[in-house]
Design a protein around this ligand. Sequence first.
Ligand code: SAH
Ligand code: SF4
Length: 334
Amino acid sequence: MNYKDIVKKEEIIYLLSLKGKPLRRLYCLADKIREDHVGNEVHLRAIIEFSNFCRKNCLYCGLRRENKILKRYRMSPQEIIQTAFKVIKLGYQTIVLQSGEDPGYPREDIVNIIREIKGYGAAVTLSLGERTKEDYFLFKEAGADRYLLKHEAACPDLFKRIKPDSSQEKRLRCLIWLKELGYEVGAGNIVGFPGQTLEDIAEDIIFMKNMDIDMAGIGPLIPHNETPFAGMKTIDPDLVLKTLAITRLILNDINLPATTAMDTLMKNGREEALKVGANVLMLDVTPAEYKRYYDIYPRKGTMELEEAKKLISKLGRVPGKGKGDRRVKGKNIV
Ligand code: SAH
Ligand code: SF4
């Protein structure tokens, strides 16, 4: 089987249905392709979740505006910059700034935060949801390198169901603006929505391939008690691992995080993800006083830097030495 030729929906659906020995072969192949295309480095990113205010009402997420029992917070620019400075000194080379869609956080503050962090020499990834093209332009001008805006679900009907107050057209337009502005762009889907089919997941992978995205944030749905998905059963972990493996098979050299949600879904979930194609770990460095209120989904513990390094070396891999860009100058430019 030549993995380079697998881009047909039916073939992806077939791979998503594998079990037993053929499935183990798929995992091995994905790991080999990861090694061939992005090597043995695991890039460590520090994520600061700086505001949990959100104007949206996504069905799956604990930050949705209808969750009235959640205590809301905003970190001040000073707190964000200090946190970033502290962790850059520890060796992190990428700071990810994430929040709900918070119109109350002044754009000028975000611009200044990006400038300050860039002044310390780290790369900046933003994950602030849907914004205007002008916002994205100003953030890029301030030095932001990457933007993570998961497409969540490529299937239009599914998207409408899980993000009732968003327009898929608008979200996709945002992704195109981000690409035009020269960001490294991350998309990604959630695996495990009620009613989601293997065909839907195959469409997610094809969407990311066609968009030529630079990173893919793929993770399981973790049901949250203060959402309409409360009490739902979690998805079969193998389906998420298969989605990661096939994404690596088809998108070869992208950055693929082993997401935190994997550890909530299954024992050693992030480790399992790193074995089937993932090459990035995002560690939560949000100050403890705020961390527990960034309650997008119930989490199981957090991973500290030393623990991450131990895991990386246990797998025979090494922590990333550079910033871990996908589009290194002169390489991969399409
Ligand atoms: N507000 C921004 C970024 C913060 S949310 C945005 O929506 O783009 C970051 C990611 O958390 C989302 O993209 C979504 O995929 C994920 N997420 C939210 N709730 C989740 C849940 N219950 N289970 C798994 N992932 C979830
Ligand atoms: Fe808000 Fe993002 Fe959660 Fe949707 S997924 S409710 S936009 S924080």
